[in-house]
Design a protein around this ligand. Sequence first.
Ligand SMILES: NC(=O)c1ccc[n+]([C@@H]2O[C@H](COP(=O)([O-])OP(=O)(O)OC[C@H]3O[C@@H](n4cnc5c(N)ncnc54)[C@H](OP(=O)(O)O)[C@@H]3O)[C@@H](O)[C@H]2O)c1
Length: 269
Amino acid sequence: MPAHVPAVTLPGGRMPEVGFGTWRLRGDQARLAVREALAVGYRHIDTATMYGNEGEIGQALADSGVDRSDVFLTTKVRPSDVGRERVVLRRSLRALGTDYLNLWLVHWPPPRRADRHQLWNELLAIKAEGYVRDVGVSNFSLPEIDELTRSTGQAPAVNQIDWGPVRYDANVLAGHAERGIAVEGYSGLKNTRLGDPVLAKIAAAHGVTAAQVVLRWHLEHDVTVIPKSANPDRIAANFDLFGFRLTAEEVSRIDNLAASRPRGSRWGG
Ligand SMILES: NC(=O)c1ccc[n+]([C@@H]2O[C@H](COP(=O)([O-])OP(=O)(O)OC[C@H]3O[C@@H](n4cnc5c(N)ncnc54)[C@H](OP(=O)(O)O)[C@@H]3O)[C@@H](O)[C@H]2O)c1
């Protein structure tokens, strides 16, 4: 793993704080984009059973010549797969061309409480058997996480949530930190108005793009970020985040972009 990329320590290993998102990348486009991402230095790939691209990601990994042990691989199980967890895991492992995952996430909370518990218990059992280094959740609120933790005594290692400047909520970050849960943010570029004058001014001060400022802002908050791009130039630029840092004042100006948000964050209590 490149030494200059910050990483979060999870119970089962280290997760690079910049990963490559793959939602909506399919077929050859997925294979080529992941190969490009690995070539420019990404060592963390985010996928899901639902994305239908695990096979292409496995192919890109095999083609890249990068050691499996140097890559942090995340996939996600759908709530509708409750009761079929082992079948789904076997398929994901085969498609990805590996015998273990670094992180397996519940993609979103199953509506029924009994299903939430069953899925979580099964993930914990599979982790204990060594097929998965860490298990976590996605799109869970803090009360939903507390319910899982109460039922099993084991908290998720990660919660992957919709995040970005306009979603910023200090209480959500504090709530996860108190519970020892790493926050991974998704759709941070998509949900940001990249032409916002606050971002443009900060970007100009550092000689970078507004997108790079948004991604760097995640890192300043210790939030793992997983930008997706199908474009080789943007794939490279989104990983080129280690030659500058934002000042505390710049971070707080970006945090304040959330002030115009009409509703509170849906991830809090
Ligand atoms: N757990 C969940 O429920 C969940 C939900 C959504 C996403 N995710 C994960 O999070 C990843 C990231 O989220 P996302 O794909 O929704 O959104 P994103 O990465 O925030 O944004 C992707 C969009 O931004 C464009 N883009 C990429 N780099 C750019 C740049 N430097 N400047 C301007 N535009 C840029 C991309 O277009 P081009 O491809 O043309 O560059 C694409 O349209 C996903 O791929 C997936 O792995 C998880």
